[in-house]
Write a protein that binds this ligand. Structure first.
Ligand code: CP
Length: 303
């Protein structure tokens, strides 16, 4: 599959070869990030971000700047005429009518709205939509892992609000393309998938046991804004599932790694001391996000 002028909504139709090719191009941009092609001249990328973002939006903007592309930005949901009642599809059609070459979209979309995205005449990249998927974050995460250890036969642990995490869904979709990857899920019962929902998976309610099992531990934010039921106990969560430096040092292998896609909430997710540990890849995830997005945009726009 060529990525030229194609939308990226989910990674399900990507082959492993395409993933590896994007990783190779990302490594190339990482070693030489200032490569402006003559083909960038006059090309325009439009941002439509209807949910907050720090790293995804800024890394796309950084990628565009490094590639010498132009950008336009609708701003936040409250800046847009959706706040006056205009629909999501009318908003996207309005952006489309201004004829950008690519749209980067973050929205709390339903599965139905996502299925209409291929109907627009321009390519659209899903930059994190609802709890459905976040493919560029997953590409960033797996690229970051691949720089450190073999992805085949990986034992990756997700800790926290797994059921509401678009990052987990996209990471699983991507990691399933490799051989022998096992998935661990750790959190309170209401945050965990059903037993057997994912192949090669293990459910843990003890963080200590889960840390001893994995070779990559990925923390997740508790997504209270997507919860429909009451009954979540912050203090119990902090006691049992917040990763402290003490638990990390006692249970996590010296050869294992710690990741977090962000946003990171220190009183719920990780003790900030963990960021100083050489096994922590959170800053590399952010840096690599720029190279992955440069490679993706360059492929879609044929730069
Ligand atoms: N990982 C991620 O999507 O972070 P932001 O919400 O800050 O973009």
């Amino acid at each position: 599959m060529s990525l030229v002028r194609k939308s990226l909504i989910s990674l399900s139709n990507w082959s492993l070869k395409e993933v590896e090719s994007l990783f190779s191009q990302s490594s190339n941009f990482k070693s030489k990030p200032y490569q402006i092609s003559n083909k960038s001249m006059g090309k325009l990328v439009s941002f439509a971000f209807f949910e907050p973002s720090t790293r995804t939006k800024l890394s796309f903007q950084t990628a565009l700047a490094r590639l010498g592309l132009l950008s336009s930005d609708l701003g936040t949901l409250s800046d847009s005429s959706m706040s006056k009642g205009e629909s999501f599809s009318e908003t996207l059609k309005t952006i489309e009518a201004m004829k950008p070459d690519l749209m980067i979209l973050r929205a709390n979309t339903t599965a139905g709205e996502q299925s209409t995205i291929n109907e627009y005449s321009l390519p659209i990249v899903n930059a994190g939509c609802g709890s459905i998927g976040h493919p560029t974050q997953a590409l960033t995460d797996v690229f970051t892992i691949s720089e450190k250890i073999e992805v085949n036969n990986l034992k990756i642990l997700f800790v926290g609000d797994i059921n509401h995490s678009r990052v987990v869904k996209s990471n699983i979709a991507l990691l399933k393309k490799f051989t022998g990857v096992s998935f661990g899920f750790c959190g309170p019962a209401g945050f965990l998938p059903k037993a057997g929902e994912y192949e090669n998976s293990h459910l843990f309610t003890s963080l200590e046991e889960a840390l001893a099992w994995c070779n990559v531990c990925m923390g997740l934010r508790v997504q209270k804004e997507r919860h429909t039921k009451e009954g979540f106990s912050t203090s119990e969560y902090q006691e049992n599932y917040r990763l402290t430096a003490e638990k990390m040092n006692k249970y996590l292998s010296k050869n294992a790694f710690i990741m977090h896609p962000g946003p990171h909430v220190p009183e719920m997710d990780f003790d900030p001391l963990i960021f100083n540990d050489p096994r922590c890849l959170v800053r590399s995830q952010v840096s690599n996000g720029v190279y992955i997005r440069m490679a993706l945009i360059a492929s879609i726009l044929e730069l």
